[in-house]
Ligand binder design. Structure first.
Ligand code: HSE
Length: 315
């Protein structure tokens, strides 16, 4: 962004839950993200000058009211705790589709905290920004979970159990494995999906899912693609949510038939992700897209290394 005195940060989209770890595990993706520019103003408070989409036009669905935008809410939290008497003006460039299951609200919140951090007299370390970005995310999703914010901030695969927040840990990623994310052209409201979840699970479900989570993390550390294939499953959340994404079963079947290691909803959907060997990722993406279109949904896809970068300041 060419405007004077602004600093600009980019924050990537992300895959929440990664099938095995509801609210607990997240993965950054490459190629999609939000940009937030920030500059100091004489008058106190956080304002948003404009929100634009990738087409350069004023965003039709996002407010410049600072009380109703995840970027300004996160920026406000950080500035209130560490800023000075001046104010901050933001410009938001939305690159992540809204209500896509791609961590759209998190990307705005993270980009805002990284940009505003650069305006502080004593900027914080990146991991220290997590609680402030979380305030924006919490406004949007109605719950406290860092599985989009943490990978968007730190990059790669991040473990962020709600019970241990604000701590989060970057995990080793397996070599030679890519993520594929397909976004069917529809919207799913995360807050509503969260409200609708059953409040209890059986011991059998809990046992299976904690085994898959632990096994998946071990498999990533050991570069064990076969173990990833055995573990990349969600027996609790996916069955409850998939009906909100009518193309889900067909897309998942297409991914698995093309030798994907696993496939599930990205966050609360409608995004659908798969992991596959690098060499097969292109075929998996094509098969998933075809299945999606056959079901009547236009779509877009991204193939990423599991080591995708987290948020950064742009020159
Ligand atoms: N973990 C969150 C959920 C992610 O599944 O509700 C939302 O994108």
């Amino acid at each position: 962004m060419s405007t004077n005195n602004y600093v600009t940060a980019f924050a990537p989209a992300s895959i929440g839950n990664v099938a095995v770890g509801y609210d607990t595990l997240g993965l950054a993706i490459a190629g999609a993200g939000d940009r937030v520019s920030a500059r100091k103003t004489e008058s106190a408070g956080i304002t948003i000058k404009e929100v634009r989409g990738l087409d350069g036009e004023i965003h039709a669905n996002l407010s410049v009211d600072p009380d109703h935008n995840t970027a300004s809410i996160a920026a406000h939290a950080l500035w209130k705790a560490h800023g000075d008497a001046s104010g901050v003006e933001l410009i938001v460039l939305k690159g992540v589709p809204l209500q896509s299951g791609m961590g759209s609200s998190a990307a705005s919140a993270v980009a805002a905290t990284v940009a505003v951090n650069a305006l502080l007299d004593n900027p914080l370390q990146k991991p220290e920004l997590l609680p402030y970005a979380l305030e924006g995310e919490q406004y949007a999703s109605g719950g406290l979970h860092a599985d989009n914010v943490a990978p968007s901030l730190l990059g790669g695969l991040v473990l962020c159990p709600t019970s241990l927040l604000p701590d989060a840990w970057s995990l080793p990623t397996p070599k030679g494995i890519s993520s594929i994310l397909v976004h069917p052209d529809m919207q799913v409201n995360t807050a509503e999906q969260r409200r609708n979840l059953a409040r209890s699970v059986t011991v059998d479900q809990w046992l299976a899912q904690q085994g898959y989570l632990a096994g998946f993390i071990a498999a990533c550390e050991r570069n064990d693609a076969d173990l990833i294939r055995r573990c990349l499953k969600d027996v609790i959340i996916e069955p409850q949510r998939k009906s909100a994404v009518p193309c889900f079963d067909a897309v998942k079947e297409a991914a698995l038939k093309t030798n994907a290691l696993g496939c599930s909803l990205s966050g609360s959907g409608p995004g659908i992700f798969a992991l596959s060997l690098d060499a097969e990722a292109h075929n998996v993406a094509i098969a998933m897209e075809q299945a999606c279109r056959t079901m009547g949904y236009e779509c877009q896809s991204w193939i990423s290394p599991m080591t995708a970068d987290g948020a950064y300041l742009e020159d």
